[in-house]
Design a protein around this ligand. Structure first.
Ligand code: DQA
Length: 146
């Protein structure tokens, strides 16, 4: 197994910082990447941060994480969380542990966000802590919890 943690981000998260800041905060995805790289370094973990607006790309990257022996995946699948059986199946198909991450707490929002296909297969879910949700998830990898 390598020391690389894949951090995969789904649709609209490229607009983080600009997009509905009252819900998602002012921190950009690049800033989150920098924060995770610093924190990862302290624990000997390398961060491979990616974003796509395409569902199939996330499926391909999950397969790649296993093929490349990644330590773990932090996955913020954004809206695909609530719709994608393909992502659920991909998480089940790989042995690499996947932690579900959300900035907001979808369970306290609209009813259509209450179902999480990703959460049905994820090793752990961290949500509702803004950008810190990613750090908390990385801590779970660093501590060996996941
Ligand atoms: C999100 C929550 C999702 O419901 C939403 O579709 C997103 C972002 C979050 O990080 O809070 O795009 O995953």
């Amino acid at each position: 197994m390598t020391d690389t943690v894949y951090v995969l981000n789904g649709p609209n998260l490229n607009l983080l910082g600009l997009r509905e800041p009252e819900i998602y905060g002012n921190t950009t995805l690049d800033e989150i990447a920098g924060m995770l790289e610093d924190e990862g370094r302290e624990h000997g973990l390398a961060i491979d941060m990616r974003q796509t607006n395409h569902e199939g790309m996330l499926v391909d990257w999950l397969h790649e994480a296993q093929a490349e022996n990644a330590r773990a995946v932090l996955l913020n699948a954004a809206a695909f969380t609530h719709t994608s059986i393909a992502l659920l199946d991909a998480i089940k198909a790989i042995k690499t542990p996947v932690i579900e991450v959300h900035l907001s707490d979808p369970k306290t929002r609209e009813a259509f966000r209450h179902i999480s296909y990703v959460g049905m297969a994820a090793a752990k879910t961290v949500e509702g802590h803004g950008a810190q949700s990613y750090s908390i998830a990385l801590q779970a990898v660093a501590s060996g919890e996941v």
